[in-house]
Design a protein around this ligand. Structure first.
Ligand code: RB5
Length: 148
């Protein structure tokens, strides 16, 4: 299950990604926003991050103008590894090395076909583990020191 959300700037890109999911029978839950009316991205990032923390979704996708605000907000949640990906290569590394569990996209940075390809690769790529696992454990230690 994939939790997906956007702000107003990412609304159209979200709709196209959901259409791709429908066509490929990929399960998702849409956490909004549900129109192009202005909305605040931290609220959407919070909903998707909590869905993952609570085990309601395995992965998440967040879309705003740049993906940056979404990723900053999502990464405030323990256990969230939100990565902004603007290219296919970065999407691959985000999964292989960082075990990214939320993909942040920039609706004003990538075209919709580019974003769909980034999503496809990000979903298809597995975490490599090994030395990268140890580095993620170091991040977990930082979380344990800094989050309640
Ligand atoms: C909204 O105006 C814009 O700031 C948002 O979509 C995003 O780009 C934030 O990082």
């Amino acid at each position: 299950m994939i939790a997906i959300a956007s702000d107003h700037r990412g609304f159209k890109m979200k709709a196209e990604i959901m259409r791709y999911f429908d066509e490929h029978e990929i399960k998702y839950k849409d956490y909004g926003t549900f129109s192009e009316e202005s909305t605040d991205y931290p609220e959407k990032a919070k909903e998707v991050a909590l869905a993952i923390q609570k085990g309601k979704a395995e992965k998440g996708i967040l879309i705003c103008g740049t993906g940056l605000g979404m990723s900053i907000a999502a990464n405030k949640f323990k256990g969230i590894r939100c990565t902004v990906c603007y290219s296919e290569d970065v999407a691959r590394y985000a999964r292989k090395h960082n075990n990214s569990n939320i993909l942040a996209l920039g609706a004003e940075v990538n075209t919709i076909p580019e974003a769909i390809e980034i999503v496809r690769i990000w979903l298809a790529t597995e975490f490599e583990g090994e030395r990268h696992k140890m580095r993620l454990e170091m991040i977990e230690e930082i979380e344990n020191e800094n989050f309640k």
